[in-house]
Write a protein that binds this ligand. Sequence first.
Ligand SMILES: NC(=O)c1ccc[n+]([C@@H]2O[C@H](COP(=O)([O-])OP(=O)(O)OC[C@H]3O[C@@H](n4cnc5c(N)ncnc54)[C@H](OP(=O)(O)O)[C@@H]3O)[C@@H](O)[C@H]2O)c1
Length: 263
Amino acid sequence: MPPFRLDGKRALVTGGTKGLGAAIVRSLATAGAKVHLCARTRADVDAAVRAWRADGLTEVSGSACDVTDPNARDALLRDVRARFDGELDILVSNVGFNIRKPTTEFTSAEYRALMDANLEASFALCQIFHPLLRAASSASVVFNSSVASLVSMQSGAVYAMTKGAMNILTKYLACEWARDGVRVNAVAPWYINTPLARAVLKDERYKKHVVDATPAARVGEPREVGDVVAFLCMDEASYVTGQVLAIDGGFSVNGWKPPAAKL
Ligand SMILES: NC(=O)c1ccc[n+]([C@@H]2O[C@H](COP(=O)([O-])OP(=O)(O)OC[C@H]3O[C@@H](n4cnc5c(N)ncnc54)[C@H](OP(=O)(O)O)[C@@H]3O)[C@@H](O)[C@H]2O)c1
C-alpha cells in the first residue's frame, strides 16, 4: 500500500451524515477506505451516500441506526458484517451531543440521555464489533472525545464526564485488545466549525473568547479532525495506541496568560 493510504480498509463511522462524522467519512474514503456510515435519519443517510458517490467516493454506504437502541445496534452489526464479509478494520465512534446547563439543573432523564448516547453506545458498539475487528489483520478504533474531557470549559459537567470516561475506556481497551491486533485511540477536538458549534459561536462575544483562548487564534475546520482520525487508522500509526489526541490549536496547553503578556 502506498504511504498514508487506507486502500481496501473497511470502516464504520457512527453519526456520519453531518458535522465531524461527515468530515471523518470524507477523510477515510478519500484515503481509499470503504466506509459504512450510520445516523438516525434515513433520508439523511440516503442523501449522504448519494452525495459521496456523486463526488466520486463510490465505496460509501449507510444504514439508518440509533446507536442508543440495542436492537438497532444489532441490525447495524448485521449490515456491516454482510457488507464487509465479517471483518472490520476501522470503527469510529463519533456520535455525541451536549446539554449545556448548570449541574444543579440537570434532570435524571437528561443525565441518562447524555450517558446513553455519548458513552454507553460507544461501549456497546465496541463489545459487539470486537469479533469483526479481531478478524481483521490489524484494526483501529477511534473515539470522538472532546477537550471538555481534559480541562473545564464551562460546557456542562455531564458531557465532560461522558468524554472523560471515554478517554479511560480508550486506555483500557488499548491494553486489553493490543494482543488482538486492535489499536484504540481518541481525538479530543475543541471548537470546530460544524453546524452544532456554529449555533454556539454565532454569539460574536462568545466566539471572541474562544479565539482569544486558542493560541492558533481560530476555531478548527472539520477536515482537521477527519484527517487526524484517518491518520490514526493508518499503518503509519501502527505503534500508537491508548492515546487521547487534542485537536485544539493549543487551547488545552495554553494555561494562564498575564494581562501584559506579549509573547
Ligand atoms: N463540533 C464540535 O465543535 C465538537 C467539539 C468537540 C467534540 N465534538 C464531538 O464530535 C462528535 C460529533 O459532533 P458534531 O458537532 O459533528 O455533531 P452533529 O453535527 O450534531 O452531528 C451528529 C451526527 O450524529 C448523528 N447522530 C446523533 N445522534 C445519533 C444517534 N443516537 N444514533 C446515530 N446517529 C446519531 C446525527 O444524525 P441524526 O441526527 O440523523 O441521527 C449526525 O450525523 C460528538 O461526539 C461531539 O461531542 C464536537
